[in-house]
Structure formats: C-alpha cells, structure tokens
Design a protein around this ligand. Structure first.
Ligand code: EPZ
Length: 433
C-alpha cells in the first residue's frame, strides 16, 4: 500500500485549485439513471470514489465516456457523459456497495425508473453504523414495497411511485437526495420536510431542474417536487468541494502560510470561516477564490459543535482538531452527527497532542509543537487531519493506508508540494524495489 511521507515546518505559500465536490458528483452520477437521454457532467474530480460509482453504473448498463485533463497534468475536472438508455440490471451488488456507502443513492433513481431495485445494504463503516432506515421508510411513503432480504434492500413499485409528504426526523444528506430523485418521476407532488440543506443537495436539485424536474425551495429545509412523466438529458457542472477547501484552509493556517484556494466559494463555508476568524485565521474573497492566512501570527483555541448545513460540517471536524492541537489555550469539539468519529485522536496523541475525550466531546489543549511519527489513517477525513498535523510537526510523519485519502482528495501531495510542503508519496512498488 502507498504511504505519504511529510517533513513538517514549511509554511504553505501559493495557490491550490479546488476540485469538483465528491459528495455532489456521486449523486449527480446516479441521476443519469432517471432518463434514457445523455447526462453530461463537467468538473468531475479524479477520485477513487468516482471510479467506484462509474463501475457501479456501468454494471447497471449505463454507457459512460470520460474525457478531460489527464490526471498527471493540471487539476481541471473531467467531463463525463452518461447514457442510461436501457437498464441491464436493477441490482447494486454487495461487492461494489461495500466499497462505498454512497452507492445507496442509486436506490431512488433505479426504483423510479424501473419500478424495482435491489441494492445491497451498505453496512456500517469506521465512523458509525450509518443505517439507511430513513431512506427506506421515505420510499415506502412514496408507495414502494420494501423487503430486507439476505443483506439486500429489495424495493418494488410496479405501478410507479406516487407523491407524498415526507418528514425526516433527522437530517439525512443522501436520504434527501434519494427521495428527491425518486420523487422527480413519481405521480403527483412530494414535499420533503427537514430536508438536508448541504450545497451538494442544492447542486443535485439544480441538475434535476436542468433535466426537466420541477423543484421548489432549493437550498431550504422544505423541498416541493412536482413529479414528471420523464426527464431529459442535460449538462451540469459540479460545484467546488467545500470540504477540500476547508481542509486546505486549515493546512494554510496550521503551517502559518498564505494560500489562495482557487474556485472556493465563501458562501459554502461561511460557518467555517467565522469560526476560523475567531481562531485567528483570516479568509478573504479574491477574484480567483479565497485567500487564507493567519490574521496576527497567533492561533487561538475555539469551541465547535458539528451540525447539518449551514452549521460546522462533520467532514471538517478532524481537520479542525488537528489545527486546535497547536492553538493557544483550549478547544472543545463535539461531534453530533456520527457516533465514532474521533479515530484521529489516538494518532494525534502519538504526535504529542493533548486531547481528552468524554463521549461525544473532545477537549484539546494546545501544545507548542507536535512531533512527527508514523501514523495510521482510518477514514477519509481522519487521514487528512493527520496529514495536516504532519505539515506542522517537527520531523517526519509517515501516513499509512493512503487509499483512504485517495477516496476524497485528488493528488493531495501534488497540491501541497506545489505550495512548498515537503511531502511525497512512497509507492508500494518503490518500496519493494
Ligand atoms: C453524507 O453521508 C456524506 N456523504 C458524508 O460525507 C457526510 O459526513 C454526511 O452526509 C453528513 O454530512 C455523501 O454525501 C456521499 P447522513 P450520509 O444520512 O448521507 C443518520 C465524507 O467524508 N442516519 O446525512 O450517509 C446517520 O447514521 C462522508 O465525504 C440514520 O440514522 O449521512 C448519521 O448519524 C462521510 N438513518 C446522520 O443520520 C438514515 O437512514 C447523518 O447521516 C440515514 C442517516
């Protein structure tokens, strides 16, 4: 397995292009199942998860063509053309779904298009059990018969889906996306109450609208979808990745650097920017994106609680914790979305961080200096938080199990080394040689 080696202490200076959002691109790819015409997506990031979704759609019978910048030159997103003119299989198999839980977003579109879908239950993952009960009960409200059998969700709606009022007891991002896509082809109107407001949900709604859907309340927690007989092809460009932008903003802050995040949008990370300002990090809008640097050289500990958008995103919790490890004073971080998202804590402690965890809250007491160490990545965002810590630590940090990183960050080491970081990927075969 590849590893990443970082020698810390170099302030990041320069520009980092922000790629298309992974968590927007994944449901957007699945939306192709809703029409027999061509859906073209621009600014698609080069990520392992995108390849997994493309493989999943391919086995459903979707014709795909990928073009755009070769991954080794520049960071321009890819253009992907998808045509689901006939669905060869209604089954999303376990061996693909287990690789990526977001595969669950094919359930709604497949059921709406074909009247039947058989999707493997995603199972838990490192950060939590992550049930899909809310997806299932909402689809039943739209008229589907659903059986759970041998690890599969078997959904049927032979007479098609019919619009209904869906009230989500808790905010679910992919649950909102699944229902929005299913409702787009249902008979009659669907209202989703307590809908997720993440920008990636709004991006999907914009794409569905371009495909002929009628959706009101985009960006709010109440969506009204007027079912259509069919949807047509469209072109849609994926929004920039706010989690990647937030991650690199913290990389600039932790190294006392000065970085411009090209393509990043302040409105997608308002809460993050406000909290970082309290911590002593200035984020200002530029013609090309966002400029990030420390306001006066010092970092100050701040308290944070993760919340659904527009609150502080859980996907940036681990990264903020790394930053707080070297801030002045103390910081209390509470994770309210997932039940086990502190796996970066023991690894940060091995780098000299002072962190105490009580249930869903972690108290971080800033230290003068972290020290490099061999560390283990466990999930996508925990692994990048260890990379941030390594950028600031004295000495060498080696990050193992880098495949977690590659799922959500496009050539992280290239983007960081272009800004002066001493970081390199050690490929397995290099080691073998
Ligand atoms: C999406 O996951 C993101 N993934 C996650 O990003 C992100 O952390 C999460 O939303 C929260 O913002 C994609 O968009 C592909 P949820 P999702 O349904 O939709 C509970 C990353 O690092 N829940 O909003 O699976 C659930 O257990 C990933 O890029 C139920 O109980 O998350 C969790 O506690 C990690 N039953 C909470 O709701 C359900 O049926 C929020 O989950 C669904 C969810």
């Amino acid at each position: 397995m590849d590893r990443i080696r970082i020698r810390g202490g170099k302030p990041l200076k320069g520009k980092i292009p922000i790629s298309g959002a992974k968590n927007a691109a994944l449901p957007l790819l699945a939306a192709c199942l809703l029409t027999d015409e061509k859906l073209t997506l621009g600014n698609v990031p080069h990520l392992a998860d995108i390849t997994t979704m493309a493989n999943l759609l391919g086995q459903h019978g979707v014709g795909l063509s990928l073009n755009g910048a070769h991954p080794k030159q520049g960071f321009a997103g890819r253009t992907i053309e998808l045509t689901a003119n006939k669905i060869a299989s209604i089954t999303a198999p376990y061996d693909l779904v287990r690789k990526m839980r977001a595969s669950i977003v094919v359930l709604g579109p497949l059921l709406a298009r074909c009247g039947e879908a058989k999707v493997s239950l995603p199972g838990g993952c490192a950060i939590g059990t992550r049930p899909v009960d809310l997806h299932i009960s909402a689809l039943e409200r739209l008229g589907a018969d659903i059986e759970l059998d041998q690890g599969y969700i078997h959904a049927r709606a032979p007479k098609g889906l019919r619009g209904a009022e869906i009230i989500f007891p808790m905010v679910t991002v992919t649950g909102t996306e699944n229902i929005m896509m299913a409702a787009a082809l249902a008979k009659g109107d669907t209202t989703i109450v307590n809908a997720a407001r993440e920008p990636e949900v709004a991006d999907l709604a914009q794409c569905l609208t371009a495909m002929g859907a009628e959706i009101e309340g985009i960006g709010t927690d109440k969506l009204r979808i007027k079912g259509q007989g069919r949807l047509h092809g469209a072109y849609h460009s994926v929004i920039p990745d706010r989690i990647e932008a937030g991650t690199f903003a913290m990389a600039a802050a932790i190294t006392n650097g000065d970085v411009e995040l090209l393509g990043a949008r302040l409105e997608h990370i308002q809460t993050v920017a406000r909290l970082l300002a309290e911590a002593g990090v200035s984020i200002e809008e530029t013609a090309g994106g966002l400029r990030v640097r420390r306001a006066n050289g010092m970092l100050q500990g701040v308290d944070m609680m993760t919340e659904p958008f527009p609150g502080f995103p859980t996907d940036l919790q681990a990264q903020l914790m790394a930053l707080m490890c070297v801030a002045g004073g103390a910081s209390m971080i509470t994770e309210t979305i997932f039940e086990n998202r502190f796996m970066h804590v023991p690894e940060l402690r091995r780098m000299g961080a002072s962190i105490t965890v009580h249930n869903a809250s972690a108290m971080i007491r800033g230290v003068k200096q972290l020290t490099g160490a061999p560390v283990m990545a466990t999930d996508l965002r925990a692994s990048v938080s260890l990379a941030l810590a390594g950028l600031a630590a004295e000495g060498e940090t080696t990050l193992n199990r880098v495949y977690h990183l590659d799922r959500g960050y496009e050539r992280l080491e290239d983007k960081l080394s272009a800004c002066g970081a001493d970081i390199e990927r050690i490929r397995e075969q290099d080691e073998a040689a």
